[in-house]
Design a protein around this ligand. Structure first.
Ligand code: DC
Length: 229
């Protein structure tokens, strides 16, 4: 039985870094589901879809072709054949992604794709660590390990601003105030939406990373995986 690890939690809690670390340590596939929501948001912006109108978003939910690689060293996202790995981290995508991901037609399409990817990893015997907002609750309710990773909002904003700055020193992102405002907005929309809101699964383990290093978080998740396997 392959290992299936679900990591959920609010923006900036360190889910991607933790999931990549777990993927390397345990040699399992890595899937960043947020990148898929970001990719569809990038496409909607590129095609001038009215993001304030959920019906317009829903009418285009099936249009973009999304491809994602599952490797922690080379995570790449393509939409309609265009590599958008860098573009999906831009501020204009971060500012609108929660609205796009609240639309049920978008969620049902991506949840289906995510399940297929996870089951393919499991079937092939590789195992998978998948991170997002609804992995333990909706996408993979039978995951062997479920983690809800969180941290104080100020710590999350500082980390996100530093990451954005490293990724793109010239862009308007990378400022603490804008990172904090964006995280608070996204937390509010992601937690209050009707379709699979961000909540902790009853059988998930809560990890508060406020005072933990990345290595400590990875070790804690690997220990849970060791207990379950
Ligand atoms: O993990 P991230 O910050 O890149 O995610 C971007 C947005 O995508 C986030 O604000 C909410 C949405 N998302 C979601 O609704 N469900 C997921 N499984 C992953 C992300």
């Amino acid at each position: 039985m392959s290992l299936i690890i679900a990591i959920d939690g609010p923006a900036g809690a360190g889910k991607s870094s933790a999931a990549k670390g777990v993927s390397r340590l345990l040699d399992v596939d890595y899937i960043d589901t947020g990148a898929m929501y970001r990719a569809l948001t990038w496409w909607m912006l590129e095609h001038d879809v009215d993001i304030d109108d959920p019906a317009s978003i829903a009418s285009h939910a099936e249009d973009p072709q999304v491809e994602i690689t599952w490797d922690p060293e080379q995570s790449r996202v393509c939409v309609d054949g265009i590599d958008v790995t860098v573009a999906i981290r831009e501020q204009q995508v971060s500012a609108r992604v929660s609205q796009v991901s609240a639309v049920p037609a978008i969620r049902s399409r991506l949840v289906q794709m995510q399940r297929a990817m996870a089951y393919e990893s499991a079937r092939s015997g590789r195992g998978v660590v998948m991170e997002g907002r609804d992995i333990g609750t909706v996408v993979l309710p039978d995951a062997s390990v479920k983690v809800f990773l969180t941290a104080d909002v100020d710590v999350r904003a500082a980390r996100r601003a530093a990451e954005d700055h490293v990724r793109n020193p010239d862009s308007s992102t990378g400022h603490l105030d804008s990172a904090l405002a964006n995280l608070k907005d996204r937390d509010a929309i992601d937690s209050s939406r009707a379709a699979s809101p961000l909540t902790m699964a009853p059988d998930a383990t809560l990890i508060d990373a406020t005072d933990m290093s990345l290595d400590e978080v990875v070790a804690a998740i690997a220990a849970l995986a060791g207990e379950r396997s």
